[in-house]
Design a protein around this ligand. Structure first.
Ligand SMILES: [Zn+2]
Length: 233
């Protein structure tokens, strides 16, 4: 990619939904991220995308789906057989691809208030919205794909089609869906991936995600001012 290439800047706003901001799985200090994200959305991006966690009732990631398990307990989940087989995999592959899953409170159930974007005004700000975690048996933190690669969104295709050179990511939660989306974005090797800290809140306040993101080749932008400078506004 030549240094002189004109930047094509895109924004990804991750999971700014009621349940993650004020609802059943709210991040600490959630409401404080609303204004920064709204300010960032107004900046002159060439395209804006969003993701929504969009679960059916009884989703595999809900503690309530696993009798005898407690909230936030870890369990192992395996790829659903029908999707694995449709992707050309077999029983051995399913057995070998167990993943550690945190069991969350019920959240972002399709069609409920908790699944709505935290500000209804946000709904018409995006060129496209990626829905994730829509299969009862598949968890997906990333807006690009689930960890088994069974359900892939069209986000990468949309970004490539636009010729995006720089993808900026904000939203919640920094240590889950923002982190996994940013890592997948960086893996695409098609644009530079940035996370804007001022527009992110995390479940844990330890901040471990920032070093992980840097190691994955994601650029960290601390403030909106710094972002504006990069965008030339
Ligand atoms: Zn979820």
């Amino acid at each position: 990619m030549a240094e002189t290439q004109t930047p094509v800047n895109a924004l990804l706003v991750v999971d700014m939904q009621v349940d993650f901001i004020t609802g059943s799985l709210a991040v600490p200090d959630g409401p404080s991220v609303i204004d920064p994200v709204k300010e960032i959305i107004k900046l002159p991006f060439h395209a804006r995308y969003a993701s929504k966690d969009w679960h059916p009732r009884g989703h595999i990631s809900f503690a309530s789906t696993h009798p005898g398990k407690a909230l936030f307990e870890l369990t192992t989940i395996h790829p659903p057989q029908h999707l694995a087989i449709a992707n050309g995999q077999n029983a051995q592959w399913i057995a070998e691809h167990g993943l550690e899953q945190v069991l969350w409170p019920d959240h972002c159930i399709q069609g409920t208030l908790g699944a709505q974007l935290v500000d209804p005004l946000l709904e018409d700000q995006f060129d496209a919205i990626m829905l994730k975690g829509t299969d009862p048996g598949v968890e997906s933190y990333s807006a690009f794909k689930d960890p088994w690669g069974l359900l892939i969104s069209n986000l990468e295709g949309l970004l490539r089609e636009k010729g995006v050179t720089d993808l900026y990511i904000v939203g919640v939660a920094g240590d889950y869906c923002v982190k996994e989306s940013a890592i997948d974005a960086a893996k695409a090797c098609a644009w530079k991936t940035w996370v804007v800290r001022e527009g992110v809140r995390s479940v844990s306040t330890e901040g471990k995600e920032w070093d992980i993101l840097k190691s994955a080749g994601v650029g960290i932008i601390d403030t909106i001012s710094e972002l504006k400078a990069r965008l030339g506004v």
